[in-house]
Design a protein around this ligand. Structure first.
Ligand code: SF4
Length: 291
């Protein structure tokens, strides 16, 4: 049930854009943004991240089933086949389990079952049909800043009201990720507001690790201010991009950074700056694929 809501898909596939993940990287630490979006250094996902990816895919498939079939046992029965599919597409991921006993893999899958149990405790997917899952959204603001991302789920009420839903499955403590998650949700709210002319009625975060959810209602003045924040972030990224001056910003979040060994804050040395990836109308740039 993947849909695309793109203002101009011909342009969108090729132009650098700000995604919520990269914008949030830059806010957290400009050097982290550089490593991910400019140097494009590979990061091996953790098993918790893979489990989250798996659960997101299973929930997407679940909503493709007829409503009466959206039951916990059906969702759990999708875990193994979806993992087989994902690991065939990404052989590096399967390699993470190379030395492990089948029992360890089973335990990892058991963790995914717990996330699904939490999901079903939060809502009954037989009671509604989302408009879309894994919805690609993209818009160019009047300032010329292009925003791009994927919404986990978009629900539309009979009244036309929009609800943006995001599943959180990460291992990091919730209080650490909450500001980042809300930033991401407001990003999607701005894109949907500009695409559809309606301010989403609700932004809903579903924390599947602790079975809680958080709902927030944005308003138009707030989204207008947030849009200006996004434009300022993009301007700051372009300024840093010209000079290569992406500074480290040490914080608690460094515990989850895969680049400590090359970070000056941890005694490392970054690789030489490769230069800003210029937009090329005929080729995808690294930034196009940054999210
Ligand atoms: S370790 Fe911390 S300061 Fe260094 S790049 Fe990563 S997030 Fe930034």
């Amino acid at each position: 049930m993947t849909q695309t809501a793109t203002a101009d898909p011909r342009l969108g596939a090729r132009r650098p854009a700000l995604s919520p993940s990269r914008a949030s990287d830059f806010k957290q630490c400009p050097l982290l943004y550089r490593f991910r979006a400019v140097d494009r250094l590979p990061e091996l996902p953790t098993k918790a991240q893979l489990r989250g990816t798996l659960v997101h895919s299973v929930l997407e498939r679940l909503f493709a089933l007829p409503q009466p079939d959206r039951l916990p046992h059906r969702a759990k029965s999708l875990l193994e086949p979806v993992w087989t599919e994902l690991s065939a597409q990404n052989p590096d991921w399967a390699g993470l389990f190379g030395d492990e006993e089948p029992a360890d893999v089973a335990e990892w899958l058991g963790g995914a079952e717990k996330l699904l149990d939490s999901y079903f405790a939060l809502e009954d997917p037989r009671r509604f049909d989302p408009e879309a899952c894994e919805l690609h959204v993209e818009i160019e603001l009047t300032s010329g800043v292009r925003l791009r991302g994927y919404v986990d789920r978009l629900d539309v009420a009979p009244t036309g009201e929009l609800r943006v839903v995001d599943y959180k499955t990460g291992a990091a403590p919730r209080e650490i990720g909450e500001a980042k998650a809300m930033f991401q949700m407001k990003f999607y709210a701005v894109v949907l507001w500009r695409l559809r002319g309606i301010v989403p009625r609700q932004l809903k975060l579903m924390y599947l690790t602790d079975g809680q959810s958080l709902a927030y209602t944005p308003d138009e003045p707030e989204l207008r201010r947030f849009e200006r924040t996004l434009e300022a972030i993009w301007e700051a990224i372009l300024r840093a991009g010209k000079t290569g001056d992406f500074r480290p910003n040490k914080s608690r979040l460094c515990d989850w950074c895969a680049h400590q060994s090359r970070c000056p804050s941890f005694g490392g040395t970054p690789p030489d700056y490769p230069g800003w990836p210029e937009p090329d109308p005929g080729e995808e740039t690294p930034l196009d694929r940054a999210d």
